[in-house]
Design a protein around this ligand. Structure first.
Ligand code: ADP
Length: 445
C-alpha cells in the first residue's frame, strides 16, 4: 500500500485527495506556491514544501521542484489531481522512472488521449463511433476544403493538442474557412506549441454526455454516465448523473461500447470518455480525459463510491474494491461550480473573500478549500467551490441544489451565483433537455 502521497495540486482537489488518503491511512505531502502558503491543503497536510512563486510554470508545473520535494519528503507516490501536470505523459513517465507510483493512467494512455486526433482514430478502430471528419491531421487549406465539402458545413476546426475548451473554431461556410484556417493554425501553435488541426462535423444541438471508466490495468468497468451540457465557453458549469436526456437503451449501448474499448486498451485508474449525443441519441466520441474530473463527485454520489480512494487502491496494486454487479446506482446528483467570475462576461474576478457562507444539510455536499479572508489569486482557476446535491429523484436533487445556491453568500469577489440560480430555476434545465449551446445562445436572463 502507498505510505506517503505527494499531492501535486492545490485547492479543493488537493483537499479531496487528502481526505481519501487519510481515510486509507496514507500520509500526505503538499507542494505549494508562495501565495498558497496559508491555504487549507497546506495547513492540513502532514508535511508541506514550497516549490516556487505564483506563476504555475515556476511552481505547479515545475517538474524538477516537485520531484525534489518528493525525494526530500520520502513520498512513494504522486497524485496530480486535475489541470496542471495531470495530463502530461512526460511527468507520469518521470514519476514512474524515478521508482515512484503515479496515481493515474498509464503514461502511454495519457500520451494517446492527449493527441485528440490519434485518440479519435484509435477509438474508431475499437468500434466506438466518431463524428465524420478529417482522416488525420489537416495540414493545408486544400485538404481542409476537401474534408469540409465532403462532410458539409458547419464544421469545427480543432487543435490536436487543445484542451480546456480552447483551440476550437466553428466554421459555417467555405468563405469562413478560407479566412480562419491559417489563423487557427497560428493560434494553436501559440497556445499549445503545435499548429496541428483536425476537422469534425459540428453538431448544432449536441448533448455532452460522458462515461466514467475505472480500470486496474487489466480489466475495466464503465461506472456510469454524466450529462455536462451546461457550458460556457465550451467549459462545464453544471453537471449531473445520470444524464436526464438519454434513454436506458442508449445508456446501455454507450456504457458497453466504452467498456469494450477500455478493456481492450487495458486502462488503469480513472479515464472519462466524452461523447456528443445528437437529437436522435446517436453518440460520437470526442475525447478522453486521463485524470480525475472536476465533476467526479456526481458519479460518486449516485454510485456510493469514493473514486479517489479507488485510484489509491489501484495505484497500490490492490485493484478496485468493487465488482460491476455490485455498483449500487441510486438516485440523482447535480453539481454546480461556483466561480469567482463576472456572471455575464465570465471574466475572472480575483480578490479577497470578505464573507463566505455555503450551507450544507441533507443531500448537499460541498467540495471547497476557500474560507473567509481567502485571497482568490489571478494566477489560478477561478473555481471556488462545487456544490453537489443528491436525492432519490432528479426533482429532489434539483430542489435541494436550488435552496443551497439560494442560501449561499460570497462577498468580496464577483461570482456566478446569480447565473447558477437562474439556470437551475429555468424551465429548460428543469426539463432535463438542454444542449451545449443553451447557456450562451438561448438563455435570456
Ligand atoms: P476540450 O478538450 O477543450 O474540453 P472537447 O473536445 O471536449 O474539448 O469539447 C468541449 C466542448 O466543445 C464540447 O462539450 C462541446 O460543447 C463542444 N464541441 C466539441 N466538438 C464539437 C462538435 N463536433 N460539435 C459540436 N460541439 C462540439
Amino acid at each position: 500500500m502507498i505510505k506517503k502521497l505527494l499531492i501535486a495540486n492545490r485547492g479543493e482537489i488537493a483537499l479531496r485527495i487528502m481526505s481519501a488518503a487519510k481515510e486509507l491511512g496514507i500520509k500526505t505531502v503538499m507542494v505549494y506556491s508562495e501565495p498558497d502558503k496559508n491555504s487549507m491543503p497546506v495547513q492540513l497536510a502532514d508535511e508541506a514544501h514550497c516549490i516556487g512563486p505564483a506563476q504555475p510554470s515556476e511552481s505547479y508545473l515545475n517538474i524538477p521542484a516537485i520531484m525534489t520535494a518528493a525525494e526530500l519528503s520520502g513520498a512513494d507516490a504522486i497524485h496530480p489531481g486535475y489541470g496542471f501536470l495531470s495530463e502530461n505523459p512526460r511527468f507520469a513517465e518521470i514519476v514512474e522512472s524515478s521508482g515512484l507510483i503515479y496515481v493515474g493512467p498509464k503514461p502511454e494512455h495519457i500520451k494517446l488521449m492527449g493527441d485528440k486526433q490519434l485518440a479519435r482514430g484509435t477509438m474508431e478502430s475499437l468500434g466506438v463511433p466518431i463524428l465524420p471528419g478529417s482522416n488525420g491531421v489537416v495540414k493545408r487549406i486544400g485538404d481542409a476544403r476537401r474534408t469540409a465539402s465532403k462532410i458539409g458545413y458547419p464544421i469545427i476546426l480543432k487543435a490536436v493538442a487543445g484542451g480546456g475548451g480552447r483551440g476550437m473554431r466553428i466554421i459555417n461556410s467555405s468563405a469562413e474557412l478560407e479566412e480562419s484556417f491559417n489563423t487557427a493554425q497560428r493560434e494553436s501553435y501559440m497556445a499549445f506549441g503545435s499548429p496541428e488541426l483536425y476537422i469534425e462535423k459540428y453538431i448544432e444541438r449536441a448533448h455532452h454526455v460522458e462515461v466514467q471508466v475505472i480500470g486496474d490495468g487489466t480489466k475495466a468497468i464503465s461506472i456510469g454516465d454524466r450529462e455536462c451540457s451546461m457550458q460556457r465557453r465550451h467549459q462545464k458549469i453544471v453537471e449531473e448523473a445520470p444524464s436526464p436526456f438519454i434513454s436506458q437503451a442508449t445508456r446501455k449501448k454507450m456504457l458497453e461500447t466504452v467498456e469494450k474499448a477500455a478493456m481492450h486498451l487495458k486502462v488503469r485508474s480513472l479515464i472519462t470518455f466524452e461523447f456528443l449525443v445528437d437529437d436522435k441519441e446517436d453518440f460520437y466520441f470526442i475525447e478522453a480525459n486521463t485524470r480525475i474530473q472536476v465533476e467526479h463527485a456526481v458519479t460518486e454520489q449516485v454510485n456510493w463510491l469514493d473514486l479517489v480512494k479507488e485510484q489509491l487502491l489501484i495505484a497500490s496494486g490492490k485493484g478496485f474494491s468493487f465488482v460491476k454487479e455490485g455498483i449500487n446506482h441510486r438516485g440523482h446528483a447535480i453539481e454546480a461550480r461556483i466561480n469567482a467570475e463576472d456572471p455575464r462576461t465570465f471574466s475572472p474576478s480575483p480578490g479577497k473573500i470578505q464573507f463566505l457562507f455555503i450551507p450544507g444539510g441533507n443531500g448537499i455536499r460541498v467540495d471547497t478549500a476557500v474560507f473567509q479572508g481567502y485571497e482568490v489569486s489571478p494566477y489560478y482557476d477561478s473555481m471556488l467551490a462545487k456544490v453537489i446535491s443528491y436525492g432519490r429523484t432528479r426533482d429532489e436533487a434539483l430542489k435541494k441544489l436550488e435552496t443551497a445556491i439560494n442560501h449561499t453568500s460570497i462577498v468580496g469577489v464577483k461570482t456566478n451565483l446569480p447565473l447558477l440560480l437562474s439556470l437551475i430555476k429555468s424551465p429548460e434545465f428543469k426539463s432535463g433537455n438542454y444542449t451545449t449551446r443553451f447557456l450562451e445562445e438561448e438563455f435570456n436572463w
